[in-house]
Design a protein around this ligand. Structure first.
Ligand code: G4P
Length: 531
């Protein structure tokens, strides 16, 4: 396969959803149809309860690498598919957001009974800000759920994106029998699943005009379909691929991951529409995937939890050029030359050594501490600097200090290194110098921090949760922060770049403070602060 063909065949995406919408199940079914597994059930086994830290750490140790960091790959109809596995709810952390930085598109999974949920909204926002195409799969249609038109309305009103149904469920709510494909006006009726979705599902497919379908479907169901399609054609949005590419229109699919209903049509349609690896913005100008020079950026660092080996695996997304094992590249941030030995790729829980990899692919390499999240690596003579990752607004805060005051040095070293790795966000407490404030988007980040400080730096943490949920970076042209009014209930801190931040109990309070301090500009992220 030529270099260009290899790029064109790549499809790198992430599945975003609220816990329990069926992400694990859908991922598994995509692997089943992609031939990467032959019997569903093996990926599901990965999903072990991770409520307690110790459980989680055990899993990490046994596997040597986080189950949450895998990139699942398979080939399908000439496409090389990379699914970036975003962690589930117990694992929700900044890594989840960062993983989205490495995707060229996203699949948003929605439970037909629940509609758009909190975590879907957060993850959607990150994708929307990147202007990447978002495809929507309404899952669990084997169950009673909401009316499809209602769900379309909800997606539009809550997420602010128009939805274009590529297919439509046929049948009665809770007893859908098949799907109608709008582009080809064809019907596919699925056999009832008797294997709990372990194997591929048989179906009858044909033109909607074929009288056979009138016979196969109840009259009421057949008429219902005709009415729905008429309504969609008349009142719905028209399909516009350009809008899809910019993330302004989401192609909508219906199915049931558990029973495999609609999974194959989704996969095929999605792969034909999803973008190949796209150019990436760098400070020096856009980097085209076809460029000969190798470039990549680090989007995740996973420290091996084995306390005897402080090795870290750094995950990078290849943006341009061909990767070859043992190649030497420049690390933009330190200026150092680095040899990329033992590069690895992952399939479910297995690792394999990689000889070559292409734009869109994810590889993991061992690193001793040089590389940081968001860093750029490049092979050419010309410098390349991919833009910094955005700061993801933390929602949980804790005050931390070393239990043993004699360990202050190790504590500082550990905190600095772990914050650099992006394990948590660290803030300086302006009111007290002997403790730090850490911010995270998920509880697991605190648990990992505590575990790692103890096992890697020998520091036992004292950690006290704080009642804040909102961080606001702020600035003023001619006013000093001491002039802020009505901030008694908030906490004033500085982030790692010495920018001022207020930690506030909730959104309502935050708006109230902003109203009372018109001379200050408050932003939800430091990236939004005026220059
Ligand atoms: P997640 O990764 O998004 O958290 O969700 P996961 O796939 O684990 O699915 C959550 C639950 O929803 C599971 O049930 C799963 O079987 C079920 N599910 C997924 N897809 C469908 C679907 O299309 N239809 C129906 N009816 N259910 C679906 P569970 O009871 O938690 O686990 P299990 O005992 O079924 O394994």
């Amino acid at each position: 396969m030529s270099f260009l063909d290899a790029i064109n065949s790549r499809r790198t995406f992430a599945i975003i959803s609220h816990p329990d919408a069926g992400k694990t199940t859908l991922t598994e079914k995509l692997l089943l149809y992609g031939g990467a597994i032959h019997l569903a059930g093996s990926v599901k086994a990965r999903k072990t309860t991770k409520h307690a830290v110790s459980d989680w750490m055990e899993i990490e140790k046994q596997r040597g690498i986080s189950v949450t960091s895998s990139v699942l790959q398979f080939d399908y109809n000439g496409h090389h598919v990379n699914i970036l596995d975003t962690p589930g709810h117990q694992d929700f952390s900044e890594d989840t957001y960062r993983t989205l930085m490495a995707a060229d598109s996203a699949v948003m999974l929605i439970d037909v009974a629940k509609g758009v949920e909190a975590q879907t909204k957060k993850l959607f926002k990150v994708c929307k800000e990147r202007h990447i195409p978002i495809f929507t799969f309404i899952n669990k249609i084997d169950h009673f759920g909401r009316n499809p038109f209602d769900l379309m309305d909800e997606i539009e009103s809550i997420l602010g994106i128009h939805a274009y149904p590529i297919n439509w469920p046929i049948g009665l709510n809770g007893n859908y029998q098949g799907i109608y494909d709008r582009a080809t006006a064809s019907i596919e009726l699925f056999e009832k699943d008797t294997t709990h979705g372990q194997r591929k599902l048989a179906s009858t497919k044909g033109s909607a005009a074929d009288p056979i379908f009138k016979e196969l479907l109840d009259e009421e169901v057949h008429q219902g379909l005709i009415d729905d399609i008429e309504l969609l054609d008349m009142a719905g949005d028209s399909f516009d691929m350009e809008k899809v590419k910019k993330g302004e229109l989401t192609p909508l699919f219906f199915g049931s991951a558990m029973t495999n209903f609609g999974v194959k049509p989704f996969l095929e349609s999605f792969l034909s529409m999803a973008p190949k690896p796209q150019p990436r913005h760098a400070l020096e100008g856009d980097v085209m995937p076809e460029s000969e020079e190798f470039t990549s950026f680090v989007f995740k660092i996973q420290a091996n939890m084995n306390p005897h080996h402080h090795d870290r695996i750094v995950f990078m997304r290849i943006c341009s050029g061909m990767f070859q094992k043992n190649m030497t590249v420049t690390h933009r941030q330190s200026g150092k030359s680095i040899r990329l030995t033992q590069p690895q790729q992952f399939l479910a829980t297995e690792r394999t050594l990689v000889e070559n990899a292409y734009p869109g692919d994810i590889i993991g390499v061992f690193d001793t501490g040089t590389l940081g999240v968001g860093d750029t690596l490049y092979s050419g003579k010309k410098k390349v600097t991919f833009k910094d990752f955005p700061t993801f607004p933390p929602e949980l805060f804790s005050r931390i200090r070393a239990k043993d005051s004699m360990k202050k040095k190790q504590f500082l070293k550990g905190m600095t290194q772990l914050a650099q790795e992006g394990a948590v966000q660290i803030y300086e407490n302006l009111a007290s110098m002997d403790s730090y404030i850490v911010g995270a988007v998920g509880q697991l980040q605190f648990e990992v921090l505590s575990y790692r400080l103890e096992h890697e730096y020998g520091v036992i943490l004292e950690m006290n949760p704080l009642p804040y949920t909102v961080a606001r970076w702020f600035t003023s042209i001619d006013h000093d922060y001491t002039e802020l009014k009505n901030v008694d209930s908030a906490m004033l801190v500085k982030d790692h770049k010495q920018r001022l931040v207020l930690l506030i109990t909730n959104e309502w309070q935050s708006n109230w403070i902003a109203e009372r301090n018109p001379n200050f500009i408050f932003c939800a992220s430091p990236d939004e602060l005026p220059e």
